[in-house]
Each structure stands twice: as structure tokens, then as C-alpha cells.
Design a protein around this ligand. Sequence first.
Ligand code: FNR
Length: 183
Amino acid sequence: MTKVGIIVGSLRKDSFSKQVAKNVTPLFPEGYETEFIEIGHLPLFNQDYEGDLGTPEVYTDFRNKIKGLDAVLFVTPEYNRSIPAVLKNALDVASRPYGESVWNGKPAAIISVSPGALAGFGANHHLRQVLSFLNMPVVQQPEAYIGSVHELLDESGKLNADTVQFLQSLVDALVDLINRHKA
Ligand code: FNR
């Protein structure tokens, strides 16, 4: 079984990003399982955790969870033209201690989500910059910018057929990247 972690950059209960992510999980083929990875409980990273304070247990659990994944799908809103702090914190936590980053080499894909027309372009590309440094091969095409998201979801949180079809092409590209990475 190939395991794909889904990391949502919003903690909001009715998050559009979370709703989009829920529409994506059924698009993975047989032999794949998806798991939503929680990040909201992680204390803000403090380098003293690597010294006097010691490692929080939740950091160890989180790092082990990421270690066990074959790939990661990030679905994130944009905050002030960048990624939400909660997502950056999670990326930082699992990148440490130095030289032991559990992100290293894991294939990834990015979906940015916004009710606005610019579709989270800034967040999408700031995230790409971080994942590049973390040595994660990222799906380059298609680029997934989901703008005006509130118009694409119905009341039950289902995305329209065209958007699902587009997101299927992203999932196919991620599966292809994972397979190439394994080969
Ligand atoms: C936003 N929002 C926003 N939207 C956008 O397209 N570009 C931006 O830079 C920002 N900046 C921003 C900052 C902060 C602090 C908040 C709270 C919100 C609006 C944002 O897209 C909207 O609230 C989404 O609904 C958030 O995503 P979720 O929680 O629905 O997934």
C-alpha cells in the first residue's frame, strides 16, 4: 500500500481547503491510501527544544508519521500572499534536527485554494520554495490554483465535475511522480 499524507494549511472547521482535500482523496487509484495529518497541535518551533527544553512528544510522533509516508499532498489557503504560519511551523518541525529532516526526498503536490481570483498563487509558490529546499520532488504540471472556490463547492462540500476532473490530472501526475521515484 502506498501511503499519501494530506496536510491542510487551515485549522478552520469549515475550511474550503479541507473541503477541497476531501474531494481529492477518492481520486487516488487502488493500492493507495490517504491520511489527513493534523498540524494544529504542534507547539511553535523553538530551537531550545533541541537543547535545554528537550523534544516535545508530539514532535516525535509527528516526525514519525511523516517518515511513514510515501508522499505528501499539501492543500493550503493563502495568508497575506504566503502560507499560513501553522503550515510553515509543521514544515519546520519535521525538518529538524539538522540533517534528519523526514521530508527529505518525499514526492509532493500542492493545491492552493482561495475564494479570491488569484487562487493562492503566492502561497503556492512560497510553498514550492520551501519544498525545494527540503529536497522534495514536487509535481510541476499541472499547477493547481483553485480560485473562487466558494463557487465551485455545493452545500454538501462537493466540487463540480470540471474541477474534480482537473484535480484528477494532478493526482495522476503525483502517482506518476511517486512511481518514478520508486523506480
Ligand atoms: C486571508 N485570505 C487571503 N486570501 C487570499 O487569496 N490571499 C491572501 O493573501 C489572503 N490573506 C489572508 C490572511 C488571513 C490572516 C486570513 C485569515 C485570510 C482569505 C482566505 O483566502 C480565506 O479566509 C479562506 O477561506 C481561508 O482558507 P480556508 O480556511 O477556507 O481553507
